[in-house]
Design a protein around this ligand. Structure first.
Ligand code: NDP
Length: 249
């Protein structure tokens, strides 16, 4: 492993959606900074490979196959963290999907999936860790949101709606917290990942893929923002980070 300043030594971090894209980059980056990462997503082989890769580079990682639509899977993921490393410092609610369509296309299945993964999945993640963080009197929730919703665009209405719901919940939690539990929302613009590959609307899929080719930044940029939010002392809370390609309008 390349020698770098280890800013996060010993921190135990659960990451959802760790099998690709932003989640994978966060896992690798945090492990390089000395964090113990606990990886969750649905694709077991991907998680297995990433765990091996991190361990071979001298880092610490475990995984638990997780579908964030199931509360029980999130409970198992968090339990894996606590059972393996005896505590939990941070959860990164990153798992997300985008089904982009006009609203009058009535892609009800796509809406339900986005609500279940992007919104309810984040709430389940928060619900699973809050009792542990309350007991410890410390903990940090990091929600990966999106610039969708900061700038409203056609075809992204329901996706942006789920992301803006998370933005609102994140801010409400921040106001309610007595400071023991910190919360950060990170909103990326175009980032080069697999997100667009799963879009069912072909026209939208190629438009987003084209934009990704043209301007998307590396997921490492988002991982570096996570490091920044995590390395702050207990009395400093980073609320919102927006991170876009310089050329994105
Ligand atoms: P990827 O498609 O590369 O990664 C998405 C991750 O979410 C995968 O690891 C996938 O793993 C996981 N996932 C999907 N559904 C579920 C589920 N039901 N349960 C558990 N895990 C799930 O996309 P990104 O890395 O881009 O996306 C990460 C986050 O970043 C998302 O919340 C996305 O909305 C957000 N974002 C992305 C932007 C971009 O331009 N790429 C811009 C703004 C925000 P698996 O299939 O193994 O379950």
């Amino acid at each position: 492993m390349k020698t770098i300043e280890k800013k996060l030594t010993g921190k135990v971090v659960v990451i959802t959606g760790a099998s690709s894209g932003i989640g994978e980059a966060i896992a690798i980056t945090l492990a390089r900074h000395g964090a113990k990462v606990v990886l969750g997503s649905r694709r077991k082989e991907k998680l297995e490979m990433l765990t091996d890769q991190i361990k071979k580079s001298g880092g610490e990682a475990v995984y638990s196959v997780t579908d964030v639509k199931n509360k029980e899977d999130l409970a198992q993921l968090v339990q894996t963290a606590v059972a393996t490393y005896d505590r939990l410092d941070v959860i990164i609610n990153n798992a997300g999907i985008a089904q982009l369509n006009r609203i009058d296309d009535l892609d009800i299945e796509g809406w339900e999936n986005m609500i279940d993964v992007n919104l309810k999945g984040v709430l389940y993640g928060m619900a699973t860790v809050i009792p542990i963080f309350k007991q410890q009197k410390s903990g940090h929730i990091i929600n990966i949101i999106s610039t969708s919703g900061l700038k409203i665009a056609p075809m992204q209405g329901v996706y942006a709606g789920t992301k803006n719901a998370v933005r609102t919940i994140t801010e409400a939690f921040r106001q309610e917290s007595n400071g023991d539990i910190r919360i950060t929302g990170i909103s990326p613009g175009f980032v080069k990942t697999e997100l667009a590959d799963h879009i069912k609307n072909d026209q939208m899929k190629s438009a987003i893929q084209e934009n990704m080719e043209k301007m998307a930044i590396s997921p490492i940029a988002v991982a570096n923002a996570v490091v920044y939010a995590m390395e702050q002392p207990q009395d400093v809370e980073i609320g919102d980070i927006v991170i876009r390609p310089s050329v994105q309008n």
